[in-house]
Design a protein around this ligand. Structure first.
Ligand code: MN
Ligand code: MN
Length: 315
């Protein structure tokens, strides 16, 4: 029986490389960040197309293939992910959310010539360069989705903090570019939803409490009236598409496919829906074909930053 050892070695199950087991809220936080990037990369292909154009040009858009009006390489992300990463780095460096540090981080991000940048973001960052004031003037016109798309680092850094602290922290970063009540309401709703899912709360309760409060405070956000297709960059359009998709589906994959095939500002609806879906369903729910298709550096940076932001010393 001299060969027994060899036989056992060949037939024993291959041991997986040791994967550290994360606490559930950490797993969900990492999945939220990966989901943000995946939704951004998936949606960018069909940004500014209508649902009809998507059907005719692609059929059902369900793979990360790059292209789109930005002519991205497959797996590349846009401002939604890269502004979030810039904000997250500033939070980690300061140990808290700081308006001036966030403004400087966004300004450095803009100088590095990002692939895309929203008009409101550009205008208010140029104003920051001129005035040094990290808070943009309040404007009823600055109700784009550019602050809402980058809230994830705040949700992670403020996890476990009182709601008032979290709202204050978010407004510090959001008002650098979007000083607007509708934007604030959307940002805060998204942050609390992410934190609720990190804590494992039931989606029915989350919808009633968080989305319900958004709609009762600002009825314009009501999202059950008609199917929101072709959502613009107006934060109300964006939130309606995201909330409809998110609460009408039961998997990470279905949620993202539903929302990006509505076209419009699809990289941003994809990013926000991916963030919520990652937080709700966790790392195991993310299709491997999507995480493997994502740019390797982004695939590494996003969960790593989530881990750092969830470390207790950051708030
Ligand atoms: Mn974008
Ligand atoms: Mn966009």
């Amino acid at each position: 029986m001299f060969w027994t050892g060899e036989l056992i070695a060949k037939t024993a199950p291959v041991r997986r490389r040791a994967v550290p087991a994360y606490a559930p809220h950490v797993d969900r936080g990492m999945a939220a960040y990966l989901g943000l990037a995946i939704g951004d990369a998936l949606g960018a292909t069909v940004e500014f197309l209508t649902p009809n154009e998507i059907r005719h040009q692609i059929g059902l858009h369900c793979d990360i293939t790059g292209g789109g009006w930005l002519r991205l390489k497959a797996g590349k992300v846009t401002d939604d992910t890269t502004m979030s990463l810039a904000l997250g780095e500033s939070i980690i460096a300061k140990g808290r959310v700081d308006a001036l540090a966030a403004a400087e981080a966004f300004d450095a991000w803009m100088r590095a010539k990002p692939v895309d940048i929203g008009n409101t973001v550009r205008r208010n960052l140029i104003a920051f360069r001129q005035t040094g004031n990290p808070e943009a003037p309040a404007s009823e016109h600055d109700a784009g989705n550019g602050a809402a798309m980058r809230v994830l680092p705040v949700a992670l850094a403020c996890y476990g903090q009182p709601e008032k602290t979290t709202i204050f922290a978010n407004r510090a970063q959001a008002h650098v570019t979007h000083h607007n009540a509708l934007s604030d309401a959307a940002c805060e709703t998204l942050i609390f939803m992410v934190q609720d899912f990190l804590a494992g709360r039931d989606p029915v309760d989350v919808e009633r409490q968080r989305a319900g409060k958004l709609v009762s405070d600002f009825p314009v956000f009501a999202y059950d009236k008609r199917l929101r297709e072709n959502p613009s960059g107006f934060v109300v359009d964006t939130m309606q598409a995201v909330l409809q998709s998110f609460f009408a589906t039961e998997t990470f994959e279905d949620c993202l496919i539903d929302v990006v095939n509505r076209g419009g500002d699809a990289d941003t609806t994809g990013a926000i829906a991916g963030m919520l879906a990652g937080a709700r369903y966790g790392m195991d729910s993310i299709p491997k074909r999507w995480s493997n298709a994502l740019d390797a550096s982004i695939r590494a940076q996003c969960p790593a930053q989530a881990l750092e932001l969830l470390a207790p010393q950051v708030s």
